[in-house]
Design a protein around this ligand. Sequence first.
Ligand SMILES: NC(=O)c1ccc[n+]([C@@H]2O[C@H](COP(=O)([O-])OP(=O)(O)OC[C@H]3O[C@@H](n4cnc5c(N)ncnc54)[C@H](OP(=O)(O)O)[C@@H]3O)[C@@H](O)[C@H]2O)c1
Length: 318
Amino acid sequence: MKAVAIKAFGGPEGLSVVDLPDPEPGSGQVRIAVEAVGVGGVDVLIRSGTLSAFGFREGLVPGSEVAGTVVAVGPDTDRSWIGQRVWAFTGLGGGYAEQAIAAVEDVVPLPPGLSPAGSVTLGSSGVVAHFGLAHAHFRRGESVLVRGAAGSIGILTVRLAAHGGASAVAVTTSSAERGELLRKVGATHVLDRSGAGDGLAAYDVIIDVVAGPELPSFLGRLRPNGRLVAVGAVAGPPPADVGTALMANFRKSLTFATFSADTVPPAERRTVRVEQFAAAAAGQLPIVIHDKLPLDDAVVAHQKMDAGEVFGRIVLTP
Ligand SMILES: NC(=O)c1ccc[n+]([C@@H]2O[C@H](COP(=O)([O-])OP(=O)(O)OC[C@H]3O[C@@H](n4cnc5c(N)ncnc54)[C@H](OP(=O)(O)O)[C@@H]3O)[C@@H](O)[C@H]2O)c1
């Protein structure tokens, strides 16, 4: 089969089309003929080598989110999966390929009305948005700031916070045009990347996709008892003095937390995905596809990601 592997950490040119044997599903796994692959911010971090401390190695086929048709199952695995159109989480990689393997617990049937391309904008990001807000103990009537709102996680967080009864949903983004698109999914206030603009003085909850050197300055934008949850790090890790910024606001009883969907039990992730897929099929959740490109153009997809021109998700189509 055709796949795309990271030949060398660094820029997009380190990605290369390769021929690999079809992967064999093990017990409890399925093999999917892939029709759509979601290109996420995490793929960029893996390709650049930023996450090598987490065990990602050169030679890896990136891609953690695919959709297509189940064509084979492993030993002792329910054969009724064969022929089903599904979305799947492929784990630490293996998605940028014509065939991918996933564990049954991470496979969700696509409802009528949700395309494979649509599902890979939603399956991982929607879970992060849902459980990230829950991790922040977000409640109806509270104000929310979504930092780095223009990606899939941010867009879905904006919509879920708005539908969940937030009193205000502010966003940081790099252009007025993006701000207008975010207003369409539920943003009420649009700020620049530094947080400047026509926003509130402070927020109950900040969901932060960006992290990086500016993260401590956002702790100062929390209301008393406010919670900032870092769900991503597209600008890299925060500086070492996050704790100093937290202690400087000691009398506001702030919380700084990280959130990874890895800590959500698979059955809970699945329940939320099934609900979100049904909502998306009914037009109640936004599906924002920036571009669809053939798998051969994975380098182009990553160049677009690096150039910061992607709003929503790029989808690769093997
Ligand atoms: N918590 C979890 O379980 C989980 C699961 C999957 C992925 N992730 C993480 O989520 C992140 C990717 O999320 P995503 O795909 O939604 O994001 P994304 O599309 O890669 O980026 C989101 C937005 O952040 C803004 N941005 C980019 N670089 C920035 C910078 N240096 N400073 C300020 N803003 C910047 C950009 O918008 P503007 O240009 O409009 O500002 C961009 O559109 C990764 O860090 C990944 O590791 C977490």
